[in-house]
Design a protein around this ligand. Structure first.
Ligand code: RIB
Length: 299
């Protein structure tokens, strides 16, 4: 069983031929809304991968509350630990340029009300061997408590160090498994402008120091990871991205689901990388998360 403790957002998405520079206005050529939030996206990915998934998070009492969890609900994700609060549902303002790259501003709203008590409630319902998945879009004290409670209960914790916040390196040390992109990993390792050899050396050093499993996502270049001193690599698919929003979340959710299903580490990385690639082929974070059958077709 997987519990995702994290953010739920409504994504407001504008597409433009190219992304604006600071202070510049560009014409948009499309607008849509879609359910998002790193936590909710990861929960849906793990659910579409075929696992039992519970979401712990918060929404408001506004018009976005229902659509923000609609796809999670349709997919059969457990929503009993999603609370409704007086703050507005979290929103993300997203610009997607013609090359598929994006810019995002997140307004936490209800996500900012998540507390250590919410973390306790979510982890109370878990048992040894379950998987807890977290990101950094809810308040740090809640994330910290969830990680400590998971450790006390021998629940496997997976922390996605996104978005990058000041506490990321400290929190990163508290998880069993850390998933980071290149920039987030540099912050965790305390070293900038890493080349391939630097990254591999840093992975070996951190793994030896902490015993943690570490995974670095490298965009089109796939992933590099270390577990028990052994370096692994996995590639996704060769694709022309339409919209990369949610691709990292899809990777995280599929990775957690694959471990939960009992796949070995390397197979889990490859399945997650393929799922992440497929998520770049459609617009919108949650609408683009592939089904397990779509991923299996590409393996
Ligand atoms: O990782 C993508 C997500 O980041 C979006 O769905 C948006 O809501 C932001 O949280």
């Amino acid at each position: 069983m997987i519990t995702v403790f994290g953010s739920i957002n409504m994504d407001l998405i504008a597409t433009t031929a190219r992304l604006p520079k600071p202070g510049e206005t560009v014409a948009g050529n499309g607008f849509s809304t879609a359910a998002g939030g790193k936590g909710a996206n990861q929960a849906l990915a793990a659910r579409r991968a075929g696992r039992t998934v519970h979401m712990a998070g918060a929404v408001g009492r506004d018009a976005f509350a229902e659509p923000a969890v609609a796809l999670l609900k349709d997919a059969g994700t457990g929503l009993e630990t999603v609370k409704q609060v007086d703050e507005p549902t979290g929103t993300a303002l997203i610009l997607v340029g013609g090359d598929g790259e994006n810019m995002i501003a997140v307004v936490p709203g209800a996500n900012g009300t998540m507390t250590p008590a919410d973390a306790d409630a979510a982890i109370d319902a878990m048992k040894e061997g379950d998987i807890l998945m977290l990101q950094l879009e809810v308040p740090v004290p809640a994330v910290e408590r969830a990680l400590a409670a998971a450790r006390a209960k021998s629940v496997t914790s997976i922390l996605n160090l996104a978005p990058l916040i000041e506490d990321a390196p400290r929190l990163g040390r508290l998880a069993d498994i850390v998933i980071a992109n290149e920039t987030e990993f540099e912050r965790l390792a305390g070293q900038e402008n890493m080349g391939t050899a630097d990254r591999e050396a840093a992975l070996k050093r951190l793994n030896a120091e902490t015993g943690q499993t570490l995974i670095v996502t490298l965009g089109a270049d796939g992933v590099i990871a270390i577990r028990d001193g052994v370096i692994s690599r996995a590639k996704g698919l060769k694709i022309e991205p339409v919209d990369t929003v949610g691709a990292g979340d899809t990777f995280c959710g599929y990775f957690a689901a694959s471990l939960d299903e009992g796949l070995d580490f390397e197979a889990s990385l490859r399945r997650a990388a393929v799922a992440g690639s497929l998520a770049c082929l459609k617009q919108g974070a949650q609408p683009s998360i592939p089904s397990s059958a779509e991923v299996a077709n590409e393996l």
